[in-house]
Design a protein around this ligand. Sequence first.
Ligand code: BGP
Length: 486
Amino acid sequence: MKFPKDFLWGGAIACSQADGGFDEGGKGLSTQDCRYFDSNWDFDTIYNVNAYASDITRERLNAAIADKGTEHYPLRRGIDFYHRFKEDIALFKELGIKVFRTSSCWARIFPYGDEEKPNEEGLAYYRAMFDELKKNDIKILLTICHYDMPVALVENYGGWKNRKTIDFYMNYVRAMVDNFKDVVDYWIPFNEINAARFGHWDGISIIGEEEENINQTIFECLHHQFIANAKAVEYIHETAGTYNVGSMIAAFTIYPGTCNPDDVMQEINDIRNSNWFYTDIMARGHYPNYAFRLFDKLNVKLEISEEDKEILKNNTVDFVSFSYYASMIASVSEDFEVTTGNMAGSVYVNPYLKKSDFGWTIDPQGLRICMNRFYDRYEKPIFIAENGLGAFDKLEDGTVHDYYRIEYLREHFKAIGQAMDDGVECFGYTMWGFIDIVSCGPLTMDKRYGVIYVDLDNDGNGTGERIRKDSFHWYKHFIETQGEEL
Ligand code: BGP
């Protein structure tokens, strides 16, 4: 199988999981800096996705704002990319990636969120990083908001619950676009915008237990984000004169558990509510009819003005992207074994498929199916913004023999090639956490995705040394040969 020469093979991280330097360069406190972790918690507490132990409560938030340290806040440390990005980018160059996905940190640019002018030190950090990437001939895919926002906006204005936050977000977008429109190749305004329903603090920075009608709050916040997304599309189109803005959701590829028609109808509803709803609005430009049925069911009253409808209709995205880790099952019957999945509390086990160390279903064909479904629905170019295998890697004889990750990648890359043979227009792929970073849900370094090992443990102890895993050499060769010897 030979991939097109210009196919963009790359790697992805998020600022809050990698940068560190949480209180440097004039940066304000981010919502992600407030997520608490205790390395004494047991496996189930840390990895049981039903109730991430690190989820935010009012008490946890107040304690985090008062705490100036990093001991219980792994996302304040990351892997110190903030100070080490030059050497890391040299490694990325050696790996041979064509595109690097990261996110900019809102609180680095507007520390309290409501300033008039951006923080020059924050802009300087991105200018230095982007220049380094360009020097190494690596394209940039920038996520403008990857789960983090200035805590001050949440505390002082109610965050995404307040429509005013759209204006604050657009100040941030204008600062990034005005300064970097000539170096950023692709933009994603929001990471996994469907996190609003599945990871409240990550997606819309609300404390779920404090909301009277959580569904009303979720869809109001989401509406503000959909408008913000459209305004970002409009600004980039008009200012940068480029058509390179993408939507992004966590793809929950779902299968009916049996050929029982009730299971098929369950799958149609589940995939609408977990996936299509979000990309429909950003890629088609309006709320789909089935959304209003869902709102009725959830007792949600959403005011969508004529002006809002115009903004959504006139500013749809240029490509669609998603993260893909696993597939799931929809069924009206309860007799399925249960496991965990990305942001999904509990999912049914697929008897035909294996699972990762963390219970996530491993399904390469599911990626091919996901790609076909997205392309059939939107007929817009597709970018795979996240995919990869989180595993407990072991350092031995100075490296990591991660044959299991090579196997995962080989099978998923085959599936991408098959989807492209099916007629799907896909222009790139960024492997999630291709350099080990702090995991998003559990907040551990132990859950590693990288082809580059980082010598840090869950408490941030270690040399921080970067070490090439077996998969580094495999991915490097794969990119060099465009997958010819897959
Ligand atoms: C997605 C996030 C990423 C990444 C990924 C893996 O939802 O966009 O930030 O972390 O999940 O999840 P985890 O790190 O919890 O294994």
